[in-house]
Unconditional design. Structure first.
Lengths: 309, 279
């Protein structure tokens, strides 16, 4: 389209009209509160008045032994939560997508629809359902272990400090594996047939075709999935809250930044809620997510080679 | 001959993997729904069998309907989801059209500004959002939730829709301009009908997280009158931990509406994902 000269034209009000509603709501309910949170984190309530304290809340969070122990505990757990997703969810998603995209597969739509079902369920359903299945009271999990002769391995996984977080991460993986599957599936479908035919003529088929031809072509999608997983994981809250409660039982072993923020902001048991410390934690999460995204944009995305056909 | 056999093996292996994973994905859901129709004894004695004439029971559902306010929760969820969805689609499409159609200064900047929200979750602004809602007396109203979800849904909607709107033919729009249509008529009468499939995709992407959200209903609208079904189920199950019939029935009731919506829209959803919007 030729560039139209905009100088002689009257003001195009309609552009403003089209943009205004979205921009106003987005700015008022999203951007300003996000800035407000950063702002709130710099104040503290002293004698019912807000006093500017600079970065004091942050030094309390990271320096005070009680606060910093909880913070680092939640941070470490969150990293482990993310690591499990990267190690289990994404490889399984890629495997399923690769199988699903094999040519002339029957029942493709059925499999695709079925595997995506957990992703549409709410955390409340997912959390309680798995809590019931893993409960020693009901005995579904031990029954299945018995089936393969491993009944002795059963433990109330969600109730044991050393297993609870990993178990929760795997439940979350079960829920969200549909997303990497779909995105990778889409990426695999977009590889032109010509490329694959050329590979076949060169004798590259099956597994080696996947590793040498398809995988390099879908790397950008894997990058996007990784960063989406990162954002989602460091923002997670619901699953832990519904299955383990705000106290992240047992003994805070499943505490992640989201539940830590919730407890700090609203208080728990005898401790009163503290909006300023809550805002400080939210700001830290903001920083963590932002640095993750920046790292991805600067260090990862630029190195990914995109092939155009 | 050799080739045919190896491809047969590969097909069998592919089906084996997919069937195994489908079982893993569906088993928990089926287990919950099947057991919600059984007597308490049968739930524990033979959790894996289907209900028969002896073990069939609706006691769980009776408890839920007698004590829970589920019809009301369901209504709240429906109002919030539909209202937010309508606003996200309308305002999102308008903004996407402005970004895709017109060249103006700050176009790229606006696009970038509106895309920040894709990366930074709105949840981190909760502290300030709650203060704002308290100040404007919107706490415990569905309007508060609608506002938050609209803001939450807009960035991705604008991003996806503007990609699609760039593909609408210029000739068509210019023909409209020659016929004397206003820019608004061109948008509502010519462009919107053409991007309907993209709108459906965005609708599904927007709808699922709103319907399933626990965080904002818990914080902004926990009152009985405004509880959504997700929050209602959470609270209700918390009270009835030991009443397995009621818990299983509640879970089933919470699953079914989403599942039905998903089955209706799944084709749209998958077409949307695979059509290149996210590549």
């Amino acid at each position: 389209m030729a560039r139209r000269s905009s100088r002689k034209r009257p003001i195009r009000w309609h552009i403003g009209v089209f943009l205004a509603p979205a921009t106003v709501i987005y700015t008022a309910v999203m951007i300003l509160p996000l800035l407000g949170t950063l702002h709130l984190a710099l104040f503290r309530e002293v004698d019912r008045e807000q006093v500017f304290v600079g970065l004091d809340n942050f030094s309390t969070l990271l320096g005070d032994p009680r606060w910093s122990a909880s913070f680092w505990n939640a941070f470490r757990n969150n990293i482990w939560f993310f690591v499990i997703h990267m190690l289990v969810q994404n490889p399984v998603g890629i495997l399923l997508a690769a199988v699903l995209s094999s040519p002339r597969l029957r029942l493709r739509t059925f499999y695709r629809t079925a595997i995506f079902v957990p992703t549409i369920l709410s955390f409340v359903i997912v959390g309680f359902t798995w809590k019931l299945i893993l409960s020693p009271l009901w005995g579904i999990a031990p029954y299945f272990l018995d089936f393969v002769g491993l009944k002795s391995l059963f433990a109330p996984w969600l109730g044991k400090e050393q297993y609870a977080l990993t178990t929760l991460s795997l439940i979350s993986v079960w829920q969200f594996v549909g997303i990497p599957m779909m995105l990778i599936y889409a990426a695999l479908l977009s590889i032109p047939d010509g490329v694959l035919e050329a590979a076949e003529i060169d004798g590259i088929t099956g597994m080696s075709q996947f590793w040498r031809i398809k995988l390099p072509l879908i790397l950008p999608s894997i990058g996007i999935i990784s960063i989406l997983t990162f954002i989602g994981n460091f923002n997670a809250f619901d699953l832990v809250y519904t299955s383990q409660g705000a106290m992240a039982a047992p003994n805070f072993s499943t505490d992640i930044l989201g539940t830590f923020l919730y407890r700090t902001f609203f208080g728990f048991q005898l401790q009163l809620g503290d909006p300023h410390m809550g805002a400080a934690i939210a700001s830290m999460m903001f920083l963590i997510i932002l640095s993750g995204v920046c790292f991805y944009l600067v260090a990862v995305q630029r190195r990914l080679v995109r092939y155009q056909f | 001959m050799h080739k045919a056999r190896s491809s047969k093996i590969r097909t069998v292996a592919a089906h084996a993997i997919l069937i195994a994973y489908t079982a893993i994905a569906l088993f928990p859901v089926v287990l919950i729904v099947v057991n919600s129709f059984k007597t308490r004894q049968a739930i524990f004695r033979s959790p894996l069998s289907l209900p028969d004439s002896e073990t069939f029971s609706l006691i769980g559902y009776q408890t839920v309907f007698a004590q829970g306010n589920f019809a009301h929760y369901f209504q709240s969820s429906l109002i919030v989801t539909m209202a937010s969805l309508f606003l996200v689609l309308l305002f999102g499409a308008m903004a996407a059209f402005a970004l895709a159609e017109y060249r103006f200064r700050a176009n790229a900047l606006m696009g970038l500004y509106l895309a920040i929200g894709i990366m930074i979750p709105i949840r981190l602004g909760t502290v300030a959002i709650l203060e704002m809602m308290v100040a404007s007396r919107l706490v415990n109203t569905l309007a508060a939730l609608v506002l938050v979800y609209t803001a939450q849904g807009l960035p991705l909607a604008i991003f996806i829709l503007s990609e699609f709107m760039k593909q609408v033919s210029d000739d068509l729009k210019n023909a409209g301009r020659i016929d004397g249509f206003s820019e608004y008529t061109i948008f509502f009468r010519l462009v919107l009908p053409l991007v309907r499939p993209a709108m459906a995709t965005v609708a599904v992407f927007t709808m699922i997280p709103i319907w399933n959200d626990l965080w904002f209903p818990l914080i902004l609208a926990p009152a009985e009158a405004t509880k959504t079904i997700t929050l209602g189920a959470q609270v209700f199950i918390g009270q009835f931990v030991t009443n397995w019939n009621a818990v299983l029935s509640t879970l089933s009731l919470a699953v079914v509406p989403v599942l039905v919506l998903y089955l209706i829209f799944s084709r749209q959803l998958i077409r949307g994902i695979t059509s290149g919007a996210v590549k």
